[in-house]
Design a protein around this ligand. Structure first.
Ligand code: MN3
Length: 206
């Protein structure tokens, strides 16, 4: 059985960029539902026995649609909570991450512009990601629904480890931002946990 990971801060710690009510509903309702449905979907399957979440994600083609949607939902949100920190806890990206971003995008500001553009191009519900591939290069992509770029349903050349991600489902921003997805994406830069991005870029196995 998988379980909820704690949200590291109070629901109101992300204001004014993400309001407390959105965080509370997102965490207590949406995240909980993905978890419950994930545990239900894997029960009695071969994914039920001591499989790590990453094993399930990277072998998702061998599962079914309920597992894909809910393993993805559980995985993506678990990652997302860690990606957010209150502004007063923010740090700049470390040199290694910054160099890699500069190599691919010229500057951190250019990267943010590129990420925003890709995010705005995502039609419907999904996620936008900064990923690291096996050659240690960075790329930006979107995935529909609760898929993510480490899943083996994605072409191998396009697969990557997500090191930063933003939830583009309306439930992540609609209460506060309504149809203004661009404003939500802009606000996100005030909450990015660069320490986790650094950590995943430099040390996470993929
Ligand atoms: Mn969500």
């Amino acid at each position: 059985m998988f379980s909820l990971i704690d949200l590291p801060y109070d629901f109101n710690a992300y204001e004014p960029y993400i309001d407390a009510r959105t965080m509370e509903l997102h965490y207590t309702k949406h995240y909980q539902a993905y978890l419950d449905n994930f545990n239900k979907a894997i029960e009695g399957t071969e994914m039920d026995n001591d499989r790590t979440l990453m094993h399930i994600i990277t072998n998702i083609s061998k599962t079914n649609e309920p597992i894909r949607n809910n393993a993805g939902g559980y995985h993506n949100h678990t990652l997302f909570w860690g990606m957010l920190v209150p502004t007063y806890r923010q740090h700049e990206p470390q040199v290694a991450t910054e160099r890699a971003i500069e190599k691919s995008y010229g500057s951190v500001d250019n990267f943010k512009t590129a990420f925003t553009k890709v995010a705005l191009s995502c039609f419907g519900s999904g996620w936008v990601w900064l990923c690291r591939n096996k050659a240690n290069e960075l790329f930006i992509c979107t995935t529909p629904n609760q898929d993510n770029p480490a899943m083996d349903i994605i072409d191998e050349q396009k697969r990557g480890l997500p090191i930063l991600g933003l939830d583009l489902w309306e439930h992540a921003y609609y209460l506060q931002y309504q149809n203004k997805r661009a404003d939500y994406i802009n606000a996100f830069w005030n909450l990015v946990n660069w320490r986790l991005v650094d950590d995943r870029f430099q040390y996470a196995p993929f």
